[in-house]
Design a protein around this ligand. Structure first.
Ligand code: AMP
Length: 213
């Protein structure tokens, strides 16, 4: 099973690229931001705890996010279970669901402690990270995209002040994770300043070369 982490500052396009890669390779897409937004939308106790934190642009506590991640990587990667509730119409249309042969993780880890948690969880499952792709976007381009996104987004954490705070959180807590992976030799960087398709081609070429796909 191949495990790829997509890394980038807010506005770098990690969510978009992770989604495209998951579709291309037919891998599982695990986004902690998306899982948290789902919890908020469902109004679960966890979602209620996370909402105010996310709306401020702060990082949600490691314990909350680690629980969600553990559930996603250990349960969803073993689908379909023998007693899974399969919809015959869905099967006719899309074929039998199969176990994904890899996963693309986006939005995690965001702190060095989370990087250690991920390693610990993977070791328990006899898995490892194969590659960490950092999407590099110059600061002025990030700011330009943020203005654009704030104008059209429905996300409650996509207004300019909050996004600026998310970038501060990234600089302070998430940037050190890059050094963590650089030291372990897993980090590869890609220029993400251009169009979505252009960046995607760069990432795909890099992953194919690096992992022999
Ligand atoms: P994202 O969709 O990845 O930009 O995440 C949106 C928000 O969800 C972040 O600003 C955080 O508040 C929260 N979040 C997502 N992933 C994590 C994580 N790994 N650790 C802490 N908070 C997270």
């Amino acid at each position: 099973m191949i495990n790829i982490v997509i890394f980038g500052a807010p506005g770098a396009g990690k969510g978009t690229q992770a989604q495209l890669l998951a579709e291309k390779y037919d891998f599982l897409h695990i986004s902690t931001g998306e899982m948290l937004r789902q919890e908020v939308a469902l109004g679960t106790p966890l979602g209620q705890r996370a909402k105010a934190i996310m709306d401020r642009g702060d990082l949600v506590g490691d314990d909350i996010v680690a629980g969600l991640l553990a559930r996603a990587i250990s349960l969803r990667s073993t689908l379909p279970s023998p007693d899974a509730d399969l919809d015959p119409i869905d099967i006719e249309r899309k074929g039998m669901p199969h176990r994904p042969e890899g996963c693309i993780i986006d939005g995690y880890p965001r702190t060095v402690q989370q990087a250690q948690t991920l390693e610990f969880l993977f070791r328990k499952l006899d898995r490892k990270i194969d590659c960490v792709v950092a999407i590099d976007v110059p600061r002025d381009e990030l700011v330009r995209r943020i203005h654009e996104r704030a104008a059209i987004s429905n996300r409650s954490d996509d207004n300019e002040d909050v996004i600026r705070h998310r970038i501060e959180e990234y600089d302070l807590k998430t940037q050190p994770v890059l050094d963590y992976y650089r030291v372990s030799g897993l980090l590869v960087s890609v220029d993400g300043s251009g169009e979505i398709a252009e960046t995607n081609t760069r990432i795909v070429n890099l992953i194919n070369r690096r992992l022999g796909l």
